[in-house]
Design a protein around this ligand. Structure first.
Ligand code: B12
Length: 299
């Protein structure tokens, strides 16, 4: 970065801190907007504008210059800005089927870093479940078992969260078809946590997105037609039963024959995308959900 750029970045940060502490939502968002207009990427804005501004606010709190109230006001406005940025950048393109679950461990109220990671992953096209701050360990494990993400990303800002992360990771490793694990947040960075092909520690949100891609690519099973047809059949049958429909009723709604429904539910018929869409529309779901890895890889 040139000296001029560095100076401008520093000025923007100062201004962002000031507008946040003044509770001036629109003026603060304008600073982010200007950075984007100056061709800064969203990741760059997260890492080099918003994050250092929050560190400075933490320092002001530490020095007794502001109280927790202003710290909360600033973090609330930042979360609002992230939401606006997510709306501006999220696209309608189809989601990648592998789900990623992002959460802060039990007791961890600092959720802005986790929100940034979740948003960057969402913008990359992953299917993301974001659970937010302070997720009690038993509920986290239960949710992972229900949602079956292929990757669990945990945020640990304060050292007291380390015991919780150890417990969650220990439990995940006992699961059949265990998800990959991505860890981040200052407490993780300072801790010498061993990384391997199933678990990695990211120093920042952008590195987290890269590592998520690597972890998921390595573990990605080869798509097999037979498995997809069986999975699709299960999904169709389950949703039909939930609706209380007979096979005839579904056939009528999707403009198919009852024989086709029997074959599809049995995983015996290779069907066109047109039929997938008709089934999804009739069953009130999306084609992505019908073909999701949850249906395909569940036991
Ligand atoms: C905002 C804030 C709060 C807010 C949080 C609001 C919210 N919704 O998040 C509130 C007011 C609730 C709060 C509360 C507290 N806070 Co506080 N807080 C902060 C502050 C100012 C900013 C934190 C922040 O959002 N940073 C910006 C984010 C983007 O950075 P980040 O978390 O590091 O995340 C980056 C990476 O680590 C990474 N990342 C993060 N998670 C993950 C996860 C994955 C999977 C990946 C891949 C990457 C990743 O991505 C991000 C971008 O690169 C910091 C100051 C600081 N120096 O950080 C203090 C700070 C963290 N708080 C601190 C303290 C002491 C507290 C309190 C105990 C007391 C208090 N101030 O009220 C409580 C208790 C909280 C608890 N039990 O968790 C201390 C922590 C000291 C320590 N031991 O670590 C700090 C450092 C302040 C200080 N200077 O002393 N806080």
């Amino acid at each position: 970065m040139s000296a001029l750029n560095e100076y401008q970045t520093c000025q923007r940060q100062q201004l962002y801190v000031r507008t946040l502490l003044n509770g001036d939502d629109d003026a603060a968002f304008q600073i982010i907007h200007q950075s984007l207009l100056a061709r800064r990427s969203l990741g760059d804005v997260y890492l080099n504008l918003i994050s250092p501004a929050l560190v400075e606010i933490g320092q002001l709190w530490c020095d007794g210059e502001i109280g927790v109230g202003l710290e909360k006001l600033a973090s609330h406005l930042v979360l609002k800005h992230l939401e606006r940025l997510r709306g501006m950048h999220s696209s309608e393109r189809p989601r990648l089927p592998q789900r990623i679950l992002v959460a802060c461990v039990e007791g961890e109220l600092h959720c802005i870093g986790a929100r940034m990671v979740a948003d960057l992953l969402d913008i990359e096209g992953w299917s993301v479940d974001f659970l937010g701050a302070d997720v009690p360990t038993p509920s986290l494990i239960e949710t992972i078992k229900i949602r079956r993400p292929r990757l669990v990303a945990l945020s640990v800002r304060t050292p007291s969260g380390l015991a919780h992360v150890r417990r969650v990771v220990g439990e995940l490793r006992t699961m059949a078809d265990a998800p990959k694990i991505l860890l981040g947040g200052q407490a993780m960075i300072r801790n010498e946590w061993p990384s391997d092909a199933t678990c990695a520690v990211a120093r920042n949100a952008l590195e987290g997105v890269q590592l998520a891609g690597k972890l998921l690519k390595a573990g990605r099973p080869k798509a097999v037609l037979k498995e997809y047809l069986i999975g699709l059949g299960r999904g169709v049958r389950d949703l039909r039963n939930k609706k209380g429909w007979t096979q005839e009723q579904l056939a009528e709604s999707a403009r198919l024959t009852r024989g086709s429904i029997v074959a599809i539910e049995g995983g015996k018929q290779n069907i066109s995308m047109d039929v997938v869409l008709r089934l999804a529309n009739s069953l009130g779901t999306s084609p992505e959900d019908l073909l999701s890895s949850h249906n395909i890889f569940r036991s």
